[in-house]
Write a protein that binds this ligand. Structure first.
Ligand SMILES: Nc1nc2c(c(=O)[nH]1)N[C@H]1C(S)=C(S)[C@@H](COP(=O)(O)O)O[C@H]1N2
Ligand SMILES: [Mo]
Length: 255
């Protein structure tokens, strides 16, 4: 493990606490907080540049209000999954949909929609930016990816989280991947609700990724399997995502 990545999970955890303490505004509160002190001690060992990058990537995407919701939110790419199995899931209102979590995890497991929806959830109103030149503001609610990954127990060899989708576009399965900074970002959720209703089929029902610091194509729809990997070199064509493989889109896709 590289020096930057090894302390990352603890460092980012501490950072989140640090930001909260700063918001309180009192210096005493900051220096009395053991997590913040630990963060400062660890930060000492990172270069200024590395700290800048980590703090910047952990920052929240702008959140909006209900008054800002786009009157229409375009559905893009696949808007349906053309398999008998998916038609059956629609008929069953996704009661038997399973999210498989496997790869480099201590406890490979599957989650039903009921299980995911019973976990703590996060709601956020954010702007979706597609590289094709359109944006839309929508309200999303879903299960933080961090909770799902923690339940599965990531191996310390994990570098990337891969999202395998149920749909096929131009004869190829859609998939995407993100690194652990984006996977554990507080606004990274597996959304099952949009604009106060169950997630529509066209927008990726029953489960789609919201990874708000990244471009639209990273927000995998119809997610049926999450895989923890060290490298995505051997997955599909090896570039980490559908558009990365087929159209040379950039893997990171930061906004
Ligand atoms: N499974 C899957 N996920 C996908 C796509 C897709 O075709 N299939 N299209 C991507 C692109 S390019 C965009 S802009 C968004 C569109 O999301 P929306 O349909 O909710 O607007 O989904 C992304 N995720
Ligand atoms: Mo897009």
């Amino acid at each position: 493990m590289s020096g930057l990545i090894l302390p990352r999970r603890r460092f980012l955890g501490g950072l989140a606490v640090g930001t909260g303490a700063l918001a309180l505004g009192g210096c005493d509160a900051i220096t009395e907080n053991e997590s913040v002190l630990n963060t400062i001690r660890k930060a000492d060992r990172l270069t200024y540049g590395a700290q800048r990058i980590l703090v910047d990537r952990q920052a929240l995407a702008q959140e909006f209000t209900m008054a800002d919701l786009s009157p229409t939110f375009r559905a893009n790419g696949s808007t349906m999954v053309d398999t008998p199995a998916y038609q059956q899931h629609i008929a069953e209102r996704f009661a038997n949909w399973q999210l498989r979590v496997d790869g480099l995890v201590a406890k490979p497991q599957s989650f039903s929609m009921a299980q995911l929806m019973a976990m703590p959830s996060r709601e956020q109103i954010t702007r979706h930016d597609c590289v094709e030149g359109w944006s839309a503001i929508g309200q999303w609610r879903g299960t933080p990816l961090a909770l799902i990954l923690k339940a599965a127990g990531l191996s310390n060899r994990t570098r990337y989280i891969v999202f395998h989708c149920a749909d096929t576009l131009d004869g190829r399965r859609y998939y995407e991947s993100v690194d652990l900074v984006d996977a554990f970002h507080p606004q990274t959720i597996l959304a099952w609700s949009m604009n106060g209703a169950m997630l529509p089929v066209a927008h990726g029902a029953p489960l789609r990724l919201r990874v708000e610091r990244l471009l639209g194509y990273k927000h995998a729809k119809y997610v049926e399997r999450i895989e923890a990997v060290t490298s995505f070199a051997n997955i599909h064509q090896g570039k980490g995502g559908f558009w990365e493989d087929g159209s040379d889109y950039e893997w990171y896709g930061g906004i």
